[in-house]
Ligand binder design. Structure first.
Ligand code: AMP
Length: 251
């Protein structure tokens, strides 16, 4: 069985985000970019499944500008067998990414697709659900534990919900999206970074996959959140209650 993993290139989580001066978006020029942290977890899970002998191949997919190849190389250095880059300089929103993934599923025929639960740049949390909908496959989102049974062709997915843990049994093929506690992604070792240089990355354009890149979303303006006001030190409980009642109006 083949596992397809979607990995997105995003602004590194440690970078302090700056809004562009024309308020059209977030500054990405000369900014450190990395693999989306939830996608690292998705890839790690796929690699562990392969190491346990339940999958034969892990294919990493990234969509976006030419620099996505760097993200794919990182994925290949972690242990993915092959990469697929769908090259587009246009902004790609979740529905387009889901359509492109569906088109790749038709070519690659994976048994499982693993995605991050969300990308930390747009925080959409939509792509996994959309690709499952387009494919008509069952979905286990926010997975905190994944068990595959390739004989019975099912995946058991434990997921964190508000009330606690929910366990789902999905018929394969299925879509899984990963939550933070699923695993601790590995670092690429130097020999594996070297090996990754010779692994294959196949390129597609959205046109070749018959997907039109368009969006129903228009970004009107991106602004920074208002700065937090400085706090005040109060001298008594009575003063606190007075402020909560008469200034904050919360009691
Ligand atoms: P989102 O729905 O945008 O929050 O993204 C959820 C997940 O979809 C990400 O963690 C990735 O696994 C996948 N994804 C979204 N956009 C891309 C992209 N451009 N390339 C590869 N995977 C993506």
């Amino acid at each position: 069985m083949k596992i397809m993993v979607a990995i997105k290139r995003v602004v590194d989580y440690a970078v302090k985000i700056r809004v562009k001066s024309d308020k059209s978006g977030v500054e990405t020029l000369n900014v450190k970019m990395s693999m989306n942290p939830f996608c690292e977890i998705a890839l790690e899970e796929a690699l562990r499944i392969k190491q346990s002998g339940l999958a034969s191949e892990v294919v990493a997919v990234s969509m976006g500008p030419s620099q996505c190849v760097d993200t794919l190389r990182t994925g290949l250095a972690m242990g993915a067998d092959r990469g697929i880059h769908v090259e587009s300089t246009a902004a790609l929103y979740p529905l387009t990414v889901a359509k492109l993934l569906k088109a790749l599923v038709d070519v690659e025929k994976p048994g499982v697709i693993i995605l991050g639960k969300q990308a930390i740049d747009d925080d959409c949390n939509q792509t996994g659900q959309m690709v499952a909908g387009l494919l008509g496959w069952p979905q286990g989102t926010f997975a905190s534990k994944v068990l595959l049974d390739t004989e019975k062709q099912v995946a058991t997915v434990e997921r964190e919900v508000d009330d606690g843990l929910e366990t789902l049994c999905l018929d394969l093929p299925a879509v899984i999206t990963t939550d933070l506690r699923l695993n601790q992604p590995r670092y690429a070792t130097l020999p594996n970074i070297m090996k990754a240089k010779s692994k294959v990355i196949k390129k597609y354009t959205p046109q070749e996959l018959n997907v039109e890149v368009k969006s129903d979303i228009e970004i009107v303006e991106v602004t920074e959140p208002p700065k937090r006001k400085a706090g005040v030190i109060i001298s008594s409980v009575d003063e606190l209650i007075d402020k909560l009642r008469n200034e904050a109006h919360v009691i």
